[in-house]
Design a protein around this ligand. Structure first.
Ligand code: NAD
Length: 267
């Protein structure tokens, strides 16, 4: 199997994209630390992995707290003998009109998605350098990093900031054999996106401009994450992989006339 003898930390592994990523790692032989702040869903993920013969450990904590992130990485090295992969995935989505945003909401979103990512990447890389075998880190950002949504000032800012963390880390960590990449999912069928998927007006707006005409399942993000961690991606670093069914390619403007929009083209 691709990841036999290797070990990963996945943040936000109790649900959604994190859970699918942890399950895929375990199916391919890796030991996985399931890190997150809801013990119940982490234990459910662990039970599903163990039922299939996979290896995992649960660490409950807050990705915005350095000591909790350190504990997840220490657990990885202690229980599985090494730390090869970090998937910085934990996140929240707080959407609010620009004029109504509060300091508390800013600090919460930026604390979890942006500071939490920086802590996860830094602590992970420190351990990889100490162990001396390199590794691969994937940050789960969003298409919001480059295509912001209205009322998403906190989310848009944290997601574009993650790309800056990724690019900077990629430059500085390559000399240690550590690759750092990002993923930009479109709309994925998870709890975080239910407010879009379950709203007929919002979901239509997104689906109308997604060439593939559907939302994705979490495993469709997990597999590209595993690719970026694998040796098949040995020359990928500082890369931002968009996985969105074509959503961000452009704005579809259908021709509603009965004749060509510009007969013969513009000359
Ligand atoms: P989700 O809500 O299903 O899962 C998020 C997980 O993060 C949860 O298990 C939650 O407990 C955990 N978490 C939240 N705050 C935490 C903290 N402070 N410490 C530790 N764990 C914490 O959502 P998801 O859709 O799987 O989101 C995963 C990532 O994917 C997020 O970073 C999100 O921004 C990104 N993303 C999601 C979508 C989408 O459409 N679902 C699109 C683009 C990007």
């Amino acid at each position: 199997m691709r990841f036999d003898g290797k070990a990963a930390v996945v943040t936000g592994a109790g649900r959604g994209i994190g859970r699918a990523t942890a399950e895929c790692f375990a199916e391919e032989g890796a030991g996985v630390v399931l890190f997150g702040w809801h013990a119940d869903v982490l234990e459910e993920t662990a039970a599903a992995i163990r039922a299939k013969g996979g290896r995992c450990e649960v660490v409950v904590g807050d990705v915005a707290k350095r000591e909790d992130v350190q504990r997840s990485i220490q657990t990885c090295s202690e229980k599985f003998g090494r730390h090869d992969f970090m998937v910085a995935n934990a996140g929240i989505a707080d959407f609010v009109p620009f004029l109504d945003g509060t300091d508390e909401a800013w600090e919460q979103q930026i604390g979890i998605d942006l500071k939490g990512t920086w802590l996860s990447v830094q602590e992970s890389a420190r351990q990889m350098v100490k162990e001396g075998h390199g590794g691969s880190i994937v940050i789960v950002s969003s298409t919001n990093a480059f295509q912001p949504e209205q009322e998403g000032v906190f989310y848009n800012t944290s997601k574009s900031g993650q790309v800056a963390v990724m690019h900077t880390a990629a430059m500085e960590l390559a000399k240690y054999g550590i690759r750092v990449n990002g993923i930009a999912p479109g709309i994925i069928n998870t709890r975080l996106s239910w407010f879009v998927i379950n709203d007929p007006v919002q979901s239509k707006i997104f689906l109308d401009r997604t060439p593939m005409g559907r939302f994705a399942e979490p495993v469709e993000i997990a597999k590209p994450i595993l690719y970026l961690c694998s040796d098949d991606a040995s020359f990928h670093t500082g890369d931002f992989m968009v996985v969105d069914g074509g959503y961000s390619v452009g704005l579809p403007v259908p021709n509603t006339l009965d004749e060509p929009l510009v007969p013969g083209g513009v000359r």
